[in-house]
Design a protein around this ligand. Sequence first.
Ligand code: GRF
Length: 290
Amino acid sequence: MFQKLQTKWKVNGWSLALILVTFALGGSACGFIGKKIMNLTGLDKGFIWFVVYIVVLTIIWPVCVLIISIPMGQFRFFKKYISKIFSRFGAKKKSDDLPTQVAIFASGAGSNAKKIIDHFSANPRIKISLIVCNKPGAGVLTIAREKGIASLLIEKTLFENSDVYINELRSRNIDWIVLAGFLWKVPATMIKEWPGRIINIHPALLPGYGGKGMYGQRVHEAVIAAAEKESGISIHYVDELYDNGKVIFQANCPVSPEDTTDSLAQKIHSLEHEHFARIIEQEIKKQKAS
Ligand code: GRF
């Protein structure tokens, strides 16, 4: 249940605990103040008293939780949460119209990144707002420039051992992370910050041909060396282990005896280009609706 809430609210475990405490304290404060206010009205307990009491609670509950969320460090969450509740009752807030912001992590040529950018370019609800790359000179950086998308060049030690890039992504309001040819292992701290919102594409049919060291041409070499009859792509959620998270989607292609690593790579790329952006969109929409 806690895991579900973390995913739904996009928060880590510590924030979830503070949010639940805020709910509890806010609810108690609201009940206490509500009773005091009712005493001041001088109304007798009855139907009218009950109706007024509900109205009072409805008004003061958001105020109570918002005030308590400040020392708890959860003001941003509750501001968003309360405006969402109000929007359900018709008072639509502007923040709900904001698009879901996606960062693509890539360090290669960036053909997948390009497809994803093009797929969402006309979508007002989902925006590719950042390209994160660890290789100066990578093709994906040129694509970012051409498409007018901000890019961020990252450094390994900081990526693995600090919160620098987590804070950077947070400050840019990144909601989802998509790995499209990104070879470094995503640190656990980052996975916790975006629970259930980091997606990777792997150029083989997991659980086969995955894991540490299995990337790029090496995957295709291994598939051909094992004389596999088919290979394919796996789109999956990212967890703390390489190529291990829940598989969302797979698509296959035949491997013939004539195939070379290059020809197989081409087949795999076509599958990736055909499906990746669509699956990203499907998962974002699914979570938004839940
Ligand atoms: C893709 O085949 C992807 O599956 C793998 O790296 C490759 C990236 O290709 N993880 P590109 O940079 O998107 O062209």
